[in-house]
Design a protein around this ligand. Structure first.
Ligand SMILES: O=C(O)CCC(=O)C(=O)O
Ligand SMILES: [Fe+2]
Length: 742
């Protein structure tokens, strides 16, 4: 259906023409409908970048709007999340005249993408949007026309309805079967026609938040340096949308400052601010001049962009959402939060069976996570980016410039007992991984870095993988390879007790044929977790970061709308680390632990030249050690309420009190947690500590209609679904499987 038929604010929704209600209609119905003149004058004026039916493979695609539609066979089962057909109107690519009939290369050639939206200016100078309808010459009946590749312009029309009619009419005249039309071109319900949600929140034509037919809130922005609005993200609730918009605006502001080229400053930001100046006038204007030191050196004042969600705007947004959903036959979901389980801080050691690989889950609160994620020194290029172009900042900040928060993180690592003897880091590397960006397998050099590598995950979950080291067949690497070659993994059960995907995985290609690299152990590293790699985890396996899809809307925080994972790799460079160990050994001659650590480090050559101590060598490293020893910042800590563990500095792991961090969202209504329907039990495992867990397939779907991902749950959480557990046990009994794998 084309929702532009009646503006929802004009009354209950309602003016959905019957003829649009079905997903697919016959050509005759459409053509007849149009002949009767019923709908064309009600057709929408605004169309959006992508259909909300889309399951874009990458939010970057959403933002860029530039991924061609991936065609799926109609027979593909739809259980798994899939990429569905894009809307027919492609905002991104009005084809300039000189490209209108090119040699065919590079233009979208399938389906409804032949209709392009085009801004145009009327005689009063108002921008209006018209649609250009193109028809692929290759589909034309005329042999001569077919020989010239490219497009034939059918016309420029004002409404989607007219565009579809024009396209279909031509396709039909050129001999397209009804089936083809149905599949590709016919149904205007593929076209989304939505309105800006409310005058309180309305941007100009192009930016702001608007509501989709499905009742989600679509955040539209213009990126700095860009001229076209893009869909940044979609949200189920208006607050999240506003938050995402504001976060984006802040990012643009930062980018504006960060730019050294005067001409780039405020390029599109200006456009944004202009549009906002018109909607939040007067004292309540959320566009404020920034502080003095916040101002750009240009004459343009710093402007803090903030889209304000007033109670009346929220009310209107919710009312519209209810109407929209009701029109779709859906009840508005309660305003309770989506599924979030309570998380408990926890340390797991030697995970994946890899010695020296330890993880601290829920190391700190979301508030700390966000502070680190948006830390200007660590991530100077702004909030989130959808491309890998600004992926890594090698912050060899030097000890004197080391952010206090890195010292605090180091103390979390020590105080939690994760690595009580961690040497104060003198180096931090901050990296951003937009969805689908990974880090190939590598070794963190034992000649360049000291004993321990600390990795902190922020903003989105990640997957750390370990794979045999091609240069060394040592220890576990060799064993993994042999297991793979013999296809015998009896000694390597799925690593119980870490996460469900912490298991043997086929890295690339087949198990044996592609050699030792084809196997990897994977470990999920959730947001707010901290891992340490030492010993064999450093030397016997290479590690890397898997490129993963964007997190679901539910799991990504609103302040990270693109689902970028950020990481901090915190290390002590080897010369300085050795100087520290030598100092400790001198001070504690009887401490066997220290002398052992020193001996172990001495087995690696020290690559002075590859570190910041290249010029100053040992003396420089000793100076750094002395600096740290008297630097009060090394004793800085987060507030007790901000970390997952409470302890006295220097306490043993057993003395650590684990604090339950509750998601901020999760406030009042704990019962909600238990309301998740269990479809069935699909797996069982027993953890190292003897705890039994079941893998639960949940009923229902997330906000995007995808089934929830199954998750491992302790037996004690499943008392209300004993039946499902018993059914599973019975089935296992019948199948005579071992307890571990059934
Ligand atoms: O992003 C991560 O956690 C891994 C980074 C890493 O392996 C490295 O910096 O060497
Ligand atoms: Fe690394």
């Amino acid at each position: 259906m084309c929702s532009g038929t009646t503006h929802p604010l004009a009354g209950p929704l309602l003016g959905v023409p019957d003829g649009y209600a079905k997903k697919h209609k016959s050509l005759k119905e459409i053509i007849d409908g149009s002949r009767s003149g019923g709908d064309s004058d009600k057709a929408p004026e605004l169309v959006d970048l992508v259909s909300e039916d889309d399951e874009p493979s990458d939010p970057a695609d959403v933002a860029a709007g530039c991924s061609p539609p991936k065609r799926r066979s109609r027979s593909t089962p739809s259980a798994a999340p899939v990429f569905r057909k894009r809307s027919c109107v492609n905002f991104r690519a009005p084809i300039p005249d000189d490209r209108e009939e090119p040699d065919g290369a590079g233009l979208p050639v399938e389906g409804l993408e032949h209709i392009f939206e085009l801004p145009d200016t009327d005689s009063d100078g108002n921008v209006k949007h018209v649609l250009r309808v193109l028809f692929p010459r290759e589909k034309m009946g005329d042999e001569a026309a077919r020989r010239r590749p490219g497009y034939h312009r059918l016309g420029i029309v004002e409404t989607v309805w007219d565009a579809v009619r024009l396209y279909n009419g031509t396709a039909r005249a050129e001999g397209a079967t009804e089936q083809e039309l149905l599949e590709e071109h016919l149904d205007p319900s593929h076209i989304k026609c939505d309105e800006w949600i409310h005058s309180d929140l309305q941007g100009a034509h192009e930016t702001g938040i608007r509501m989709t037919r499905k009742g989600t809130f679509c955040v539209r922005v213009v990126e700095r340096g860009g001229t076209r609005p893009k869909t940044l993200s979609r949200h189920n609730d208006i607050e999240a949308a506003v938050e995402a918009f504001n976060a984006h605006s802040r990012e643009q502001l930062v980018l504006g400052y960060a730019s050294t080229r005067e001409s780039q400053k405020f390029g599109s930001l200006k456009k944004l601010t202009d549009s906002f100046a018109t909607i939040l006038p007067g004292d309540d204007n959320a566009l404020k001049l920034g502080e003095d030191d916040d101002r750009s050196p240009s004459t343009e004042p710093s402007i803090k962009l903030k889209l304000k969600l007033t109670p009346s705007a929220r009310e209107a947004a919710e009312r519209m959402r209810t109407v929209r959903l009701a029109a779709r036959g859906e009840a508005p979901p309660p305003r309770t939060k989506t599924k979030t389980r309570k998380r408990t801080p926890e340390i797991r050691r030697n995970v994946c069976g890899i010695k020296g690989l330890h993880v601290l889950y829920e190391a700190f609160t979301e508030d700390v996570e966000r502070t680190l994620f948006t830390h200007k020194k660590l991530f100077p290029f702004g909030a989130t980016r959808s491309t890998a172009s600004e992926k890594r900042i090698d912050s060899t900040l030097g000890l004197a410039q080391m952010p206090d928060d890195i010292m605090r993180v180091a103390n979390v690592v020590r105080d939690s007992g994760l690595e009580p003897t961690l040497i104060t880091p003198d180096h931090v590397l901050s990296q951003s991984y937009p969805p689908r960006v990974g880090f190939m397998s590598h070794l963190d050099s034992s000649e360049r870095w000291g004993e321990v590598v600390v990795g902190v995950s922020l903003g989105a979950d990640g997957v750390l993988f370990f794979t045999p080291n091609c240069r060394s067949d040592r220890g576990i690497g060799n064993r993994i390879r042999n297991a793979a070659l013999e296809n015998d993994f009896a000694d390597y059960p799925t690593e119980s007790g870490v996460t469900e995907s912490d298991s043997w995985r086929n890295g690339r290609g087949s198990r044996v044929n592609k050699g030792q690299k084809s196997w990897a152990l994977e470990l999920e590293i959730p947001r707010r977790s901290v891992y340490v790699m030492s010993g064999a985890a450093r030397t016997d396996l290479e590690h890397g970061i898997r490129a993963v899809k964007a997190p679901s809307q539910e799991s990504a925080p609103a302040w990270n709308p693109l689902g970028v994972r950020r990481s901090l790799t915190i290390r002590a460079q080897k010369p300085y680390s050795d100087a520290t160990l030598e100092h400790l050994a001198r001070e504690n001659p009887r401490d066997k632990g220290v002398s052992q650590r020193l001996r172990s480090q001495m087995s690696f050559k020290t690559a002075f030249e590859a570190t910041t101590y290249g010029n100053t060598g040992r003396a420089g490293a000793e100076q750094a050690r002395a600096f740290v020893a008297k630097n009060a910042a090394t004793r800085l800590r987060f507030e007790p309420s901000q970390v997952g563990f409470a302890t006295e500095p220097g306490a043993k792991e057993d003395d650590v009190i684990r604090i339950e961090l509750v998601d901020e969202d999760e406030d009042e209504d704990d019962e909600d947690e238990d309301e998740w329907g269990v479809d069935e039990i699909v797996g069982k495992r027993v953890l190292e500590d003897g705890e039994t867990q079941y893998k639960v397939a949940w009923s229902g779907t997330d906000g995007r209609g995808r089934p929830w991902k199954p998750s491992w749950e302790p037996e004690s959480n499943l008392t209300s679904c004993r039946e499902a557990v018993e059914k599973y046990e019975t089935m296992c009994g019948v199948m005579k499987r071992s307890e571990y794998y059934c």
